[in-house]
Design a protein around this ligand. Structure first.
Ligand code: PPS
Length: 471
């Protein structure tokens, strides 16, 4: 009897050891995956840590809090001293040593060649709006820029209340003269910021030759989470099919065999390499590794900048420097922030499946992530400007958050941009949501294109539309 008990205990003990070991191995795999992802994105983190270090040191010095009131000489001397204390060379070395994927020599030289020196703000700017990447916040910056300068926007030829009113054409379509509001003969198309699929020829035919083309992307897993939160709540389209499975973890199940749920036309999908498809990757090639690689190289020759959602303010400062826009042009109040994020409970295998399914988006992100930081490294006093911009943003956001704002706010000159006055009307435009601003610009473009009122849509005046915002 005793022998049997001992044998039983022995088997039970071994079983517990095996279970513990397996779960630890899985844990290790998971941790390795997390670590790998960290290393891949660590390059950017290094730069952010650098910027935070500058910020922290400035804060810890009492007078640093009043940075904007200091005279420029004293301020730049102090920042230069802080810069010295952080070993930039070390950061640079880490960034280049950590790269896991090759970027061709061609791409390096192209980067150097595309850098522009500008003296007046660029007014021919096309923003390729990708999905769930903070693109609506960038759109709002473009809308303010163009609206106040009376520029001509490329806008969908649709009624505002129509389904997908904010898309040019139908999913998968690029710009054509049939799907955009016509421009006046004497005008050029200056700006683009609505959703549309990129196409080299169509863009060349629509915009002047000196148009600055840029876009924004996001780490693909975070982009998926944002997408699921947005479409999941409303259960639009095929999301209803995914989320209504009576399973414990529908997203995990979806990632095991996405093709079972996806629409047959990838243009109608928001989870199948959406960013790459927005950027014009042909749907027949979304799993063709060598095609994807050469397509990314091609995009790099056409897009002057590919920004990163995770480094939004850094992105805006880079954009500002490339386009010669001002701080007043670049200030923003974030749009489309989704308050509640469901926990998708994804395992390391699920994440791996996502990487396999979205192979083009991961290639896109990894390629342009590195190119973004290379561009940043070529800039001087970059993080000092980001720091200064964040302080302005903070002031603007606090000021405009007051619903009944009736005072103006003065922002002082800095070495990076002239000072400006933020009026209560500026706050109204900063706070407008996507649909309100599209409506206002749509009306202006329609009334220009059809001055005699023979337009395809019934129109109220812009003033009618704005009236309720100013009450
Ligand atoms: N300033 C700033 N910085 C960083 N991230 C920001 C910013 N503004 C918006 N967002 C986040 O972008 C997500 C919405 O993306 P889009 O506006 O591109 O969505 S859409 O495709 O137009 O529906 C949405 O992401 P999630 O909240 O993760 O869903 C927003 O929170």
């Amino acid at each position: 009897m005793q022998v049997r008990l001992i044998i039983c205990c022995f088997f039970l003990g071994s079983l517990i050891v095996i279970i513990q070991y397996t779960s630890r191995t899985n844990n290790f795999d998971y941790r390795r995956d997390v670590l790998e992802r960290r290393i891949s994105y660590d390059m950017g983190q290094q730069m952010v840590e650098y910027s935070e270090a500058v910020e922290k040191q400035l804060r810890s010095q009492k007078e640093g809090i009043h940075l904007t009131n200091l005279n420029l000489d004293a301020k730049s001397k102090r920042i230069a001293k802080l810069n010295e204390s952080i070993n930039k060379t070390q950061i640079k070395e880490r960034i280049f040593n950590l790269e896991r994927h090759d970027v061709t020599h061609d791409m390096h030289t192209k980067q150097a060649a595309t850098k522009k020196v500008c003296s007046s703000p660029m007014t021919h700017v096309a923003f390729l709006k990708t999905h769930k990447t903070a693109s609506s916040t960038i759109m709002s910056i473009m809308q303010r820029f163009g609206y106040f300068r009376n520029l001509t926007f490329v806008m969908p030829l649709k009624k505002i209340d129509q389904y997908r009113f904010n898309y040019i054409g139908e999913p998968g379509e690029t710009i054509s003269y049939e799907n955009i509001i016509p421009k006046r003969e004497e005008d050029e198309y200056d700006l683009l910021c609505n959703h549309v699929v990129y196409n080299e020829d169509a863009f060349q035919n629509t915009f002047p030759n000196d148009t600055f083309l840029f876009t924004i992307i996001r780490e693909p897993l975070k982009q998926l989470i944002s997408t699921v939160n947005y479409y999941g709540y409303t259960q639009q389209g095929y999301f209803a099919k995914i989320l209504n499975q009576s399973l414990m973890n529908p997203m995990s199940d979806y990632l095991k065999s996405p093709w079972k749920f996806e629409p047959s036309n990838p243009h109608y999908s928001v989870t199948n390499n959406k960013m790459s498809i927005d950027l014009g990757l042909p749907v027949s090639q979304i799993r063709n590794g060598s095609f994807i690689k050469s397509y990314m190289e091609r995009l790099n020759t056409k897009f002057e900048l590919v920004l990163l959602q995770e480094y939004f303010d850094e992105s805006l400062i880079l954009l500002k420097r490339f386009t010669c826009w001002s701080f007043k042009d670049m200030i923003y109040m974030s749009k489309n922030i989704w308050p509640l994020h469901q926990n998708l409970n994804l395992s390391a295998d699920d994440i791996d499946n996502h990487r396999k399914w979205n192979v083009a988006d991961y290639a896109l992100y990894e390629t342009f992530y590195k190119l973004f930081w290379r561009k940043v490294l070529k800039e001087k006093e970059f993080f000092d400007e980001v720091y200064h911009f964040r302080r302005i943003l903070q002031k603007v956001n606090i000021h405009c958050s007051n619903d009944k704002q009736s005072k103006s706010l003065s922002i002082f000159d800095s070495k990076w941009s002239p000072g400006f006055i933020l009026t209560p009307d500026d706050c109204i435009f900063l706070k407008m949501n996507e649909k309100q601003f599209i409506t206002v610009i749509h009306k202006r473009m329609i009334s220009r294109a059809y001055p005699n009122g023979n337009n395809p849509f019934e129109q109220t005046t812009i003033e009618d539309d704005l009236a309720h915002l100013f009450q």
